[in-house]
Design a protein. Structure first.
Length: 304
């Protein structure tokens, strides 16, 4: 089987108030949902939605470093630290990622894995020790010894930039093609054909949540909605799992500038979706559920 994992930073299940929750906007086709887990099932392509806990038994607001580490390893990173950690992983969490990252586990199983995000030239000029101090997804990729995509790959459609459209690069003067979110969905499907597991990270949702600007938040949700719909139209649900999950809430409640303690949505479409629904209750469960699917893709779902 094949898995496409969309990691969407800062996306939670928020209130059913369109005045503060852009995920309630009527223009959204797929990603319209709120705190009780309802969604437009007639447009859901037979997918499942799980409301997963991001707090992991630790007081305070969930944060990026600990939440992403838990999501990408299956280890309760906040519990290990005794607190939620913002920003980039510290040495304790880097050690967890080195040992348990989903990229490393999948690669060790003899499968092909890739991080689909393109990095700007600056990244490749950094010393390796500096790279290890960057984002959880970067550390997870390093832990498996996987290559990183550069912006050169955008011309051939071998990777995606984090904004889906390349607009941010074009504004910086890069000679790259401008694409639509729908085209980005087709590109990611084409990239995934060369791998067993591929992950794409989208963090502009988290940035929009902190900005509390409804217009910007709606734009980010619309881009994601079109992107995911395009992917769903492209993948074969008989052999591919398309999974979308987050590390913590944020954009779903613009009445606050901070992250939230809201549950996060875990969407699953295609092969293994019912097992994801059966096995995922927290963000810590996502990586183990994916790994069990790869180990035995036809086994019935069950809580471990």
């Amino acid at each position: 089987m094949k898995t496409i994992f969309l990691f969407i930073d800062g996306l939670g299940l928020g209130p059913s108030d369109p005045g503060v929750n852009p995920c309630m906007d009527s223009s959204l086709h797929l990603l319209r949902f709120f705190e009780n887990g309802k969604f437009p099932r007639d447009a859901f392509h037979d997918g499942v939605l799980v409301a997963a806990d991001a707090c992991l038994g630790v007081e305070g607001l969930p944060q990026s470093a600990s939440g992403q580490t838990a999501l990408l390893t299956g280890v309760n990173a906040a519990g290990l630290l005794g607190r939620h950690l913002p920003g980039y992983p510290n040495e304790t969490l880097r050690s967890v990622l080195r040992e348990h990252s989903i990229f490393k586990r999948i690669s060790e199983a003899g499968l092909r894995a890739a991080f689909a995000n393109a990095y700007r030239p600056l990244f490749f000029r950094l010393k390796e020790a500096t790279r290890w101090r960057l984002s959880a997804t970067t550390v997870a990729t390093l832990s498996a010894g996987l290559p990183f995509f550069s912006t050169d790959g955008l011309q051939e459609g071998r990777c995606l930039y984090h904004d889906l459209t390349n607009d941010a690069l074009i504004e910086r003067g890069f000679d790259v093609p401008r694409i639509t979110p729908a085209q980005a969905g087709k590109v990611l499907k084409w990239i995934s054909d060369s791998y067993d597991f591929i992950l794409f990270e989208y963090f502009l949702t988290d940035r929009a949540g902190h900005g509390q600007d409804m217009k910007i938040a709606l734009r980010e949700m619309w881009k994601l909605d079109v992107f995911v719909a395009s992917l769903l139209d492209s993948v074969n649900p008989e052999d591919t799992l398309l999974l979308l999950a987050s590390d913590h809430g944020n954009i779903e409640d613009l009445s606050v500038k901070t992250h939230t303690r809201n549950r996060i949505p875990v969407f699953a479409w295609g092969k293994g979706r019912e097992r994801i629904a059966a096995e995922v209750r927290t963000i810590q469960d996502v990586t183990p559920a994916i790994l069990r699917l790869f180990a035995d893709p036809d086994a019935p779902g069950a809580r471990p």
